[in-house]
Design a protein around this ligand. Structure first.
Ligand SMILES: [Zn+2]
Ligand SMILES: [Zn+2]
Length: 80
């Protein structure tokens, strides 16, 4: 599965395909960014990463994408 984050409302979604964009609580459509292959709970082969800027934690098989940090600019991922 892949982890997606909305840059506007900070929603995290685990999905194989691109999530639906309609109905962002922050207004208009979600702005999804694909972070990595992984999930939100961990598992074999997955490592936890936290963004120092927006505080989002994800479990990924490799370093997440830096694009689309809700706090502005790119994520600053730290492997925990
Ligand atoms: Zn959203
Ligand atoms: Zn971030």
């Amino acid at each position: 599965m892949k982890v997606y984050l909305c840059r506007k409302c900070r929603a995290l979604v685990v999905s194989e395909g691109f999530p639906a964009s309609a109905g962002c609580p922050a207004g208009g459509a979600h702005l999804w960014h694909r972070l990595c292959k992984g999930n939100l709970t961990g598992g074999s082969g997955l490592n936890p990463y936290i963004c120092k800027k927006c505080g989002v934690t994800v479990y990924c098989s490799s370093a997440p994408s830096s694009a689309g940090c809700p706090a502005g600019g790119g994520h600053l991922w730290t492997r925990l």
